[in-house]
Design a protein around this ligand. Structure first.
Ligand SMILES: [Zn+2]
Ligand SMILES: [Zn+2]
Length: 479
């Protein structure tokens, strides 16, 4: 045994390219030598299989998975009508559902596919056995597909591409031969694991054992072999299957995208409920190495709780958590995006750059024809508002042709933010040389002092041109 270990250590030092040439039998990462434009190139050049039609459907069925996914529910339904369900067996079925479900979520998914924590050998064997009871393929096969799903999300290289519809991402991708080959994903790290190799070698026997024999025998303890087989075996397996499948379908369809909406993954409590906690999928695709799916204590993530408890018993360690600061960045980005959408449907005051610059003489002249008032350097036409003025029309008329800045900002009445915002809508010009020093904070209507600007709108963003002073004063822009 020790010599094997030593050989491994020695080979790991070998340059991967040398290893490729066959001088050493170390498994080379599958994605080591792919071109830099692999995704674009493959998507452009890979010829998909012809679409599935009624004529070719039979040749395109993957019979083994098709059989497993149709016979299991058939057995369960037969049992439902012919075998009496005892409460002990019902309880055991639920427990075994969680055991095998956790084998997938805590084992296959978070431990092996994402390496989000380290598990001790005993825990690895337990998770491998439990995961086998979920009958979803070997760890190596499952993780290869899942890593491709994360790397090529929503493209044709993603084996469960959610853009192909709910049915396809849920189960269709297993029932029928894929039109595209899944994109390359490396699992050479898993080939080194003795537990993964053990499971791969004995896979068929382990399926029979943990998929059916164990649930049946345990129910035999209270004399319900038949119920054990039909309920804790077949029916429970159906639930575990569709529970996991929901991570590829429901979790890419239902809910919110609080961290990033570039791709389809979504967060939803219902998805979490049916997938043993894998429902915070938007978070998961952003931070796949995090051992958690749910980051708040009140969110439902029993897989996280299980891993955490294991760590308290010394069975798991190195639980990975993404820095909270980076998580917050994602959340803020999405919140700003939503706010920006709200900001964009609001009509704002005319742009300073779009307003004519008017001399004091011209202002005087025009005031004789229409009700113009200067406030904070802007000329406002208040014709449509004079009668609505809560303080009365006379206070407006009195100030026509005058600078009412002092009166507006507290001299007569310290107007509300709403009043200032509304006033800005009546701007028709900028008074030449009319901005008094010390009035910077009065230039920008309150609703526009803090705005969301995209990076390429900074600086040239005209309605903020006047706000430069405010920005340097610490009244920031967001972007
Ligand atoms: Zn996903
Ligand atoms: Zn994942």
């Amino acid at each position: 045994m020790s010599s094997v270990v030593e050989t491994r250590k020695a080979t790991s030092k070998v340059d991967p390219v040398t290893a490729m040439k066959g001088s050493v039998k170390e498994e080379v990462p599958a994605d080591l030598n792919i071109p830099d434009n692999y995704v674009t190139w493959t998507l452009k050049n890979q010829k998909p299989l012809p679409p599935i039609t009624l004529e070719n459907v039979l040749q395109n069925i993957q019979w083994l998975t098709f059989a497993i996914l149709t016979i299991t529910p058939s057995i369960a339904i037969w049992g439902l009508f012919n075998v009496k369900l005892r409460w002990e067996t019902a309880l055991w079925s639920v427990i075994y559902y969680f055991i095998t479900g956790l084998g997938i979520t805590a084992g296959y998914h978070r431990l092996w596919a994402h390496r989000s924590y380290n598990a001790s050998k005993p825990l690895q064997y337990i998770l491998a056995a439990a995961g086998t009871g979920a009958v979803e393929g070997s760890i190596k096969w499952w993780c290869r597909g899942h890593r491709a799903h994360h790397r090529y999300t929503d493209t044709d290289l993603d084996p469960y591409n959610a853009h192909k519809g709910f049915f396809f991402s849920h189960i269709g991708w297993m029932l029928f031969k894929p039109r595209y080959k899944p994109g390359v994903a490396d699992v050479s790290d898993l080939s080194k694991s003795e537990v993964v190799r053990w499971q791969h070698r004995w896979y068929v026997w382990l399926i029979l054992g943990f998929g059916f024999v164990v649930p049946t025998i345990v129910a035999g303890l209270w004399g319900d072999i038949k119920g054990g087989f039909f309920y804790a075996g077949a029916a429970r397996l159906c639930f575990v299957h569709h529970s996991t499948f929901c991570v590829n379908s429901l979790a890419h369809w239902l809910g919110e995208a609080p961290f990033d909406d570039k791709h389809t993954p979504r967060d939803h409590f219902v998805t979490a409920l049916v997938t043993v906690g894998e429902g915070y999928h938007n978070f998961h695709h952003q931070f796949p190495m995090d051992y958690r799916n749910a980051i708040r204590w009140y969110q439902y993530d029993p897989t996280k709780w299980f891993i955490w408890v294991c760590s308290k018993f010394g069975l798991a360690s190195h639980l990975k958590i993404f820095p909270e600061n980076e998580v917050k960045k994602g959340q803020l980005t999405m919140q700003l995006k939503k706010l920006r959408e709200k900001q964009d449907v609001i009509t704002w005051a005319p742009n300073v750059d779009d307003l004519p610059i008017i001399s004091w003489e011209s202002f005087q002249e025009q005031s004789a024809k229409r009700p113009l008032i200067v406030i904070a350097g802007f000329i406002h036409d208040v014709a449509s508002f004079a009668d609505e003025h809560p303080g009365g029309r006379h206070l407006i008329t009195k100030n026509i042709g005058r600078d009412a800045t002092t009166a507006f900002f507290g001299g007569v009445y310290d107007h509300s933010n709403a009043a200032h915002n509304l006033l800005s809508m009546y701007r028709v010009g900028v008074l030449h040389g009319g901005i008094q020093h010390g009035l910077q904070d009065k230039l920008i209507p309150p609703a526009q002092r803090l705005r969301i600007a995209r990076y390429n709108e900074m600086g040239g963003y005209s309605s903020t041109a006047l706000s430069d002073a405010a920005v340097s004063d610490g009244e920031g822009m967001l972007g």
